[in-house]
Design a binder for this molecule. Structure first.
Ligand SMILES: Cc1cc2nc3c(=O)[nH]c(=O)nc-3n(C[C@H](O)[C@H](O)[C@H](O)COP(=O)(O)OP(=O)(O)OC[C@H]3O[C@@H](n4cnc5c(N)ncnc54)[C@H](O)[C@@H]3O)c2cc1C
Length: 271
């Protein structure tokens, strides 16, 4: 299946993927759309990152804009698709942590009919999903966040057209300005799949948000991270990044839940 070709063609050039045939999904009608329904934002699999970045409907869930606007550079965003990113399940991909924090679902279609799976269960390992060989992702369904619900996503990158070194998605549901009813903290690039940092979320859930609670959340996120050392940094360095990104994403999410307009952008080396 060929969608935006931003991962598959590089893999074919490296001879890591050698398909005997390619099916170009770009000719499938009504496969790229962003539709706001009562309970969900429905995003067609062939929707480009750039279309989500520019979408007024998606902008109502600012964490989606944080993610779409920060993927690589304009060339990649104009071609790459959300369905391709989710199907690829690259441990360094930007979409999966954000969609898990939002509680999104993936609808696929194949010889066995349609099925809908929470994205937290859809990605099972690095570059591995529950999709069968003949299954296609049709749609990503994002639940519409309620009142006083908000999130933020921040990644740390060496430069724009590369995958992040570490990233954090935070989603909170507040009772009032201070008290958190529910939370989700999901880490990217520090595990074979996105890391759902349950203890970090637990440090917020049912708590008044104090500087101490924010610190406990950051520390729990650092403990949950399971990074590998590589050319982007050591294990300790990536853990420290997770702590810093968790604090920043959480503060942005809390401000948004209060109704403030907060622009979030990724952090880049040397900026
Ligand atoms: C220079 C560069 C930098 C990048 N940086 C980032 C980054 O910072 N963050 C990030 O998240 N991504 C990054 N990417 C990847 C980019 O986001 C890709 O768009 C994405 O990973 C794959 O989407 P695609 O539409 O290009 O899929 P393709 O490359 O066309 O396909 C990828 C895989 O998914 C399968 N597939 C595609 N669509 C479907 C579907 N609907 N159903 C079932 N299977 C499907 C294909 O068969 C293939 O196996 C980068 C890519 C490049 C080239």
């Amino acid at each position: 299946m060929l969608a935006g070709a931003q991962s598959l063609i590089p893999l074919m050039k490296l001879r890591l993927s050698r398909p005997s045939a390619l099916v170009d999904l770009n000719h499938v009608p009504h496969s790229a759309y962003i539709e706001a329904h009562d309970k969900h934002l429905r995003i067609g699999a062939m929707t480009r990152h750039a279309a989500i970045e520019d979408s007024p409907a998606a902008a109502r869930i600012p964490i989606l804009h944080d993610c779409a606007a920060g993927i690589a550079d304009a060339q990649v965003r104009n071609m790459g698709t959300i369905g391709g990113s989710v199907a690829e399940a690259d441990p360094n991909g930007d979409w999966a942590p954000v969609l898990i924090a939002l509680g999104a679902e993936v609808e696929s279609i194949g010889p066995g009919g349609r099925r809908t799976v929470p994205i937290s269960q859809f990605i099972t390992d690095a570059f591995t999903t529950v999709l069968g060989r003949a299954d296609l992702i049709r749609e990503i369904r994002v639940p519409t966040p309620g009142a006083r619900c908000a999130g933020a996503y921040i990644a740390f990158k060496r430069c724009a057209p590369v995958y992040p070194t570490a990233s954090v998605a935070v989603q909170v549901k507040m009772v009032d300005e201070d008290f958190c009813e529910d939370a989700s903290v999901v880490l990217g690039c520090v595990g074979l799949t996105p890391v759902i940092a349950g203890e970090a979320a637990g440090a917020l859930r049912g708590q008044a948000i104090t500087p101490h609670a924010i610190e406990r959340t950051a520390e729990a996120a650092m403990a949950a991270a399971d990074p590998q050392a590589d050319l982007r940094g050591s294990v300790d360095y990536k853990r420290l990044l997770i702590g810093a990104l968790t604090r920043r994403a959480l503060l942005a999410a809390l401000a948004r839940a209060r109704g403030d307009h907060v622009e979030v952008s990724h952090e880049y080396v040397g900026r």
